[in-house]
Ligand binder design. Structure first.
Ligand SMILES: [Zn+2]
Ligand SMILES: [Zn+2]
Length: 297
């Protein structure tokens, strides 16, 4: 029997569309004329769908980091599904599994256990990881509309691609769908690969997760991955004001108009207890305390 963490060959036939979109993006930028408006369309659809993945697939469906009503729950699932990263239930179940076994032999996408490329993309293209891990998501499986969307995960991206082509022709299809989707795939995948390899570690966790400013920029805040593995059910992954977290800013804004609520925050006490090195603030307080004890004795 194959061990879950051992790299297996990817399902080549079924991966053809994945490679075809890469090829179309690569060739397309030379074939269609460049314009700034097309680049803006590409970036806009990148960040809109990244928000669907980070605030929806990840923080809401995988971690229940905030609450919302059923309509927005479906809307954010739809936006995430437009990213062509399979169904929302499939994604959330695999992700919960990742947190349970991070960088252990059972982790399905650990760069430490199975190599960089496997953690980046190989595990997605492998048939073995196709089934939905229903045992991980009993709370989500009770929504029939989510099950429907999960089973028909190609409808949102195909509709998006067709609309772009109908409205803006080949240019909009290439820039708005192909280039944007390829960037979005690899932007998202860096969190499974690069975020467990490059960056700093502030907190002691049982995995190799790291904090990385650049990855946080391209992933709307997911680059604070060591923070995230320290307290995964937090709605904000940037724990300090200088840790940019675009998804959280948007979720916070949505809470002001009543779309989201109960955004969870990490308990500061727990964070301090897991620090690899005490913070400058904690060090200063300790020094002050020591001085006080000395002067009292
Ligand atoms: Zn991770
Ligand atoms: Zn997570």
């Amino acid at each position: 029997m194959n061990h879950p963490s051992q790299p297996l060959p990817i399902a080549m036939k079924r991966s053809i569309p994945f490679f075809a979109v890469h090829l179309a993006a690569l060739a397309g930028v030379f074939l269609v004329p460049f314009s700034w408006s097309m680049l803006a369309l590409c970036a806009g659809l990148y960040y809109l769908r990244m928000f669907g993945i980070t605030a929806g697939y990840h923080r809401y469906f995988s971690h229940r980091a905030y609450k919302t009503h059923r309509v927005f729950q479906f809307v954010i699932a739809w936006i995430g599904t437009m990213s062509v990263q399979k169904g929302v239930l499939w994604w959330a179940a695999n992700h919960r599994h990742h947190h349970k076994f991070s960088d252990q032999p059972n982790d399905i996408h650990s760069p430490i256990q199975s190599g960089f490329w496997w953690s980046h993309v190989g595990w997605i293209l492998n048939e073995k990881n196709d089934p939905v891990r229903w045992d991980q998501i009993p709370d989500l499986a009770k929504f029939p509309e989510l099950i429907w969307l999960n089973n028909h995960f190609l409808i949102p991206p195909v509709l998006l691609a067709a609309t772009l082509f109908a409205v803006g022709g080949w240019s909009a299809f290439i820039w708005g769908f192909c280039v944007s989707t390829v960037a979005l795939w690899h932007g998202t995948f860096t969190i499974n690969s690069l975020s467990h390899v490059f960056g700093s570690r502030r907190y002691q966790t049982t995995d190799t997760s790291r904090n990385n400013f650049w990855l946080a920029l391209i992933t709307l805040g997911e680059g604070w991955h060591n923070n995230h593995h320290t307290y995964m059910s937090s709605a904000n992954q940037g724990f300090f004001w200088w840790e940019v977290d675009g998804s959280f800013y948007l979720l916070k804004t949505l809470s002001w108009i009543g779309v989201t609520h109960d955004l969870r925050k990490p308990p500061l006490k727990l964070l301090e207890s897991k620090r690899i090195q005490p913070s400058r603030f904690a060090r200063r307080s300790l020094l002050k305390m020591e001085k006080l004890v000395k002067s009292a004795s």
